[in-house]
Design a protein around this ligand. Structure first.
Ligand SMILES: CC(C)(COP(=O)(O)OP(=O)(O)OC[C@H]1O[C@@H](n2cnc3c(N)ncnc32)[C@H](O)[C@@H]1OP(=O)(O)O)[C@@H](O)C(=O)NCCC(=O)NCCS
Length: 146
């Protein structure tokens, strides 16, 4: 297994991988080819893909606004799970965040995604009980949750 930086060329393979994974929160704007390319342009050194058998088997999108780091869409092909691939992707993203001077990294997971939450807990991403997650849409998006 090899971990490399994710680039625009990986988009179609990565999107197919996301569609094959339960628990992903996808939408038609941010996860379109244009949306992902925009994210990669802003965060060229912190997104990674895992390759094995000449194909993409895992992905992590990490980015920062200069203060916090945020992780999105961590996924591993179901046939390649429980072998440490996601852990290696998180390690790569956290090292990359550290290299650009970020002190803390956050992420959101659907509450009903029990295995996803167990994974993040195991890796030391603790749940905050003192915060309320709030947001407001600027553009209407169509959700395509897997
Ligand atoms: C969550 C996910 C990324 C884990 O990928 P993975 O490569 O299998 O993870 P790892 O092998 O690195 O697992 C590391 C640890 O996480 C925990 N873990 C992983 N998968 C788990 C599961 N299905 N249930 C409970 N704990 C799990 C285990 O403690 C594991 O350590 P162990 O193997 O020593 O027991 C993968 O299952 C996935 O793609 N799920 C669908 C998408 C998703 O839910 N993403 C996360 C939310 S955004």
């Amino acid at each position: 297994m090899e971990i490399i930086k994710m680039t625009k060329e990986h988009y179609s393979d990565v999107y197919e991988l996301w569609l094959s994974c339960k628990g992903m929160g996808l939408n038609n704007l941010d996860d379109s080819e244009q949306g992902i390319n925009r994210f990669l342009e802003r965060n060229p050194d912190t997104c990674f893909a895992a390759f094995e058998d000449n194909k993409v088997v895992g992905v992590i999108m990490a980015g920062s606004d200069g203060r916090r780091g945020y992780i999105y869409h961590t996924a591993v092909n179901p046939q390649y799970r429980k072998r440490g691939i996601a852990t290696a992707l998180v390690d790569a993203a956290m090292d990359a965040m550290k290299n650009i001077g970020i002190n803390k990294v956050a992420l959101v997971v659907f509450r009903h995604n029990e295995s996803g939450n167990e994974f993040w807990e195991k890796l030391g991403f603790t749940e905050r009980h003192d915060l309320v997650y709030r947001n407001k849409a600027i553009n209407e998006m169509i959700r395509n949750d897997t």
